[in-house]
Design a protein around this ligand. Structure first.
Ligand SMILES: Cc1cc2nc3c(=O)[nH]c(=O)nc-3n(C[C@H](O)[C@H](O)[C@H](O)COP(=O)(O)O)c2cc1C
Length: 311
């Protein structure tokens, strides 16, 4: 009974519950400490064509209620991921956990090639297209802040894969709606948002930015209300499902995101502070559904009410 109450069906993905990690939060999910086997799905670290060492350190600095990162998509590159990490993931989770591979290219061709290569492995069940990394010089967010480019990337990927394709979008835009519509029109099966919010901090002694690239991407509780707002806007703009991510720490945060329009949620930076956060949220879901009067998780999506007194 509890199992059925928590299950969520997304295009191409049957989730036993709506909770999964966000890309970058658990690398390739081979560590035991996060209880990933209990979650709805595993999302990999973003994979690029070439191996990437990442940006100069520090990669992460603290901000009030979160962190700001400038990792720069450090990852082993697609060949190593296919030869080493993906077989290990399949072995560890015995095909019992939907695996979503996150990809980022420096060109439309690279995105397409990554999707083609990874789809052919048989190790993954969905692709999350990272159109929103703010910490790289080429590609990443550049594709996701322009409706036409975002649509072009998704269309190119859809042409080479039968797997469901989820577009991960950036909050660093004036209006998300045309971008959400463009990826939906290009064939995206779902939208994931938000990636990090671009910020900047200076060191008063050195007078230099605290992060080597100057700017970084903010995560954690500080950005949760921003994420809720984006999920709300996008869920009302498209008919494909939305996966909400940004500052989720508790079961109430997760339910709030679902209420705003998400069908599932991802947990990111919180896992660095509390590795059992996903397990804790999943365990707390049945009682929270009772508390707020919902039969099951799927019934929560889009149940917000407008206050009627907005100015
Ligand atoms: C250290 C770190 C690394 C990240 N790496 C990636 C990544 O490789 N790909 C990606 O799409 N998002 C990446 N993100 C963004 C998160 O997946 C997430 O979208 C964002 O942090 C907001 O969620 P949160 O507040 O729950 O962390 C990273 C975030 C952090 C803090």
């Amino acid at each position: 009974m509890t199992q059925q109450r928590l299950a969520v069906q997304l295009p191409g993905l049957n989730l036993k519950n709506p909770i999964m990690n966000s890309s970058g939060a658990v690398y390739f999910g081979l560590e035991d400490k996060y209880g990933i086997e209990k979650s709805g799905a595993l999302v990999t670290k973003t994979i690029t064509m070439a191996q990437r060492a990442g940006n100069p350190q520090p990669w992460v600095i603290n901000i009030p209620s979160g962190v700001m990162n400038s990792v720069g998509l450090a990852n082993p590159g697609v060949e190593n991921v296919m030869a080493d990490f993906l077989p290990k993931i399949t072995e560890k989770y015995a095909n019992d956990l939907p695996v979503m591979a996150s990809i980022a290219g420096e060109s439309v061709q690279e995105y397409r090639e990554l999707a083609r290569l990874l789809s052919a492995t048989g190790h993954i069940m969905a692709i999350e297209v990272n159109l929103s990394c703010p910490n790289v010089d080429r590609g990443g967010m550049a594709f996701g802040v322009d409706a036409q480019s975002a649509g072009e990337v998704i269309a190119a990927i859809k042409a080479v894969t039968d797997l469901p394709v989820y577009a991960k979008l950036s909050p660093n835009v004036t209006d998300i709606k045309p971008i959400a519509k463009a990826v939906e029109a290009a064939g995206a099966d779902g939208i994931v948002l938000i990636n990090t919010v671009v910020g900047m901090r200076f060191d008063l002694n050195t007078r230099a930015p605290q992060l080597a690239r100057g700017t970084g991407g903010m995560s954690g509780a500080a950005i949760h209300p921003i994420a809720v707002r984006f999920v709300y806007e996008v869920a009302q703009t498209v008919t494909i499902p939305v996966i909400g991510v940004g500052g989720i720490r508790t079961v109430d945060d997760a339910l709030e995101m679902l209420m705003a329009g998400a069908s599932a949620v991802q947990v990111g930076f919180t896992l660095a502070e509390n590795p059992t956060a996903m397990v804790d949220i999943i365990a707390a879901l049945p009682d929270a559904l009772d508390q707020y009067g919902f039969d099951d998780v799927q019934a929560v999506t889009n149940t917000f009410k407008n206050s009627g007194n907005r100015s």
